[in-house]
Design a protein around this ligand. Structure first.
Ligand SMILES: Nc1nc2c(ncn2[C@@H]2O[C@H](COP(=O)(O)OP(=O)(O)OP(=O)(O)O)[C@@H](O)[C@H]2O)c(=O)[nH]1
Ligand SMILES: [Mg+2]
Ligand SMILES: [Zn+2]
Length: 324
């Protein structure tokens, strides 16, 4: 803040806004009803951040307004959290920030066509736990559920429900559960993650007609064989709040974990970790393992343990894909 005596009529205006979209060097900053294309000022950098992108969507920033209605971002306000993935190209220790100040993550699955992918669910839940961001699961296409699949589906739904994750059942086509999902999104900044074809676009359109989230538009393919460049965007909801569309979550894992950390992000494993004989136990091959004992006596589901082993493998192999 400058002292009033120092202020001259020609001094540029500083205003606060929200970063809605990043396209590389330009950022769309929302200030009230306006969107001001802004750049990061040359001298402005955050060395201690260890991120490939200094400013992320969801950041609250101060901009200096230029005469041509563009802005310079001069300050990033303190973040509540960041949701990151490992930066492309294996730059050690570098993260790519998908979004900042995220209130919740919603994993979208369909009960059929495609069938639920518990590996996907567990990977995103691990990411959410690692970032300490609340997560929930939407099971869409409820209208397609067949009687013969009901028992399996209910077991899956109840598993996550019992673990304490919010579960919403929807049909984007019949409208079932859409109001519930809309209420869950209201006044929050929500990251939406789900495999292709589960109905993310259809569901978001049912929640907010005309939202027109098209992941293809913001996931720009570079030349063949190169990494896909991903830009996240925040879409405002008319009831308040934003959804973050993140092509990166479908295409990349965001796991940048050590093997010993992983079990802590499986919430129901935590209570059993102290029972392990070895402090460095990875709950895989080691004797005297509290987690394996809990799987054997049914306190931990076989399926979650299998997910754990799959993710452990991918950490050891250096793979980080969410999909299978
Ligand atoms: N029966 C039924 N079909 C649905 C439902 N929701 C979406 N669909 C259909 O599922 C197909 C895929 O839906 P999309 O909304 O494009 O799926 P998406 O998750 O956005 O897929 P990507 O953009 O590829 O990631 C479309 O044919 C939709 O009409 C639903 O609740 N019930
Ligand atoms: Mg879509
Ligand atoms: Zn163990």
């Amino acid at each position: 803040m400058s002292h009033p005596a120092e202020t001259t009529p020609t001094e540029p205006e500083h205003i606060d806004g929200l970063v809605l979209r990043s396209t590389g060097s330009w950022y769309d900053v929302q200030v009230d009803d306006r969107v001001i294309p802004s750049k990061v000022r040359g001298k402005f950098r955050l060395e201690e951040q260890h991120a490939t992108n200094p400013v992320a969507v969801g950041d609250r920033v101060t901009i200096r307004l230029n005469k041509d209605d563009t802005g310079f971002i001069t300050e990033i306000h303190p973040r509540h959290n960041v949701f990151t993935r490992r930066a492309a190209g294996r730059r050690p220790g570098m993260a790519h920030i998908i979004a900042a100040n995220v209130d919740q993550i919603w994993i979208i699955q369909s009960v059929r066509r495609p069938r639920p992918n518990y590996g996907f669910i567990d990977r995103v839940l691990v990411m959410a736990e690692a970032h300490e961001i609340p997560a929930g699961i939407v099971f869409n296409k409820l209208d397609l559920l067949r009687a013969k699949d009901e028992a399996d589906y209910h077991a899956l739904r109840d598993l996550y429900d019992d673990l304490g994750y919010d579960v919403i059942e929807t049909s984007a086509t019949t409208g079932t559960g859409v109001d519930t999902f809309r209420e869950a999104l209201t006044d929050k900044t929500s990251v939406i993650a789900g495999p292709s074809g589960v109905g993310k676009s259809t569901l978001l359109n049912a929640v907010e007609p005309g939202l027109d989230v098209r992941t293809g538009q913001i996931s720009e393919k570079t030349r063949k064989g190169k990494h896909t460049t991903t830009f996240a965007a925040l879409y405002p909801l008319s009831d308040g709040g934003y959804v973050v569309d993140t092509p990166g979550i479908r295409e990349f894992g965001v796991l940048d974990l050590e093997d010993w950390e992983l079990a802590h992000y499986f919430v129901e494993f935590r209570a059993h970790l102290e029972a392990c004989k070895f402090p460095t136990c990875t709950h895989d091959h080691e004797p005297g393992c509290g987690v394996k004992a809990a799987v054997e006596d049914g306190a931990i589901s076989e399926q979650r343990y299998q997910s754990y082993l799959n993710i452990l493998d991918s950490i050891h192999l250096g793979e980080h894909d969410v999909g299978r």
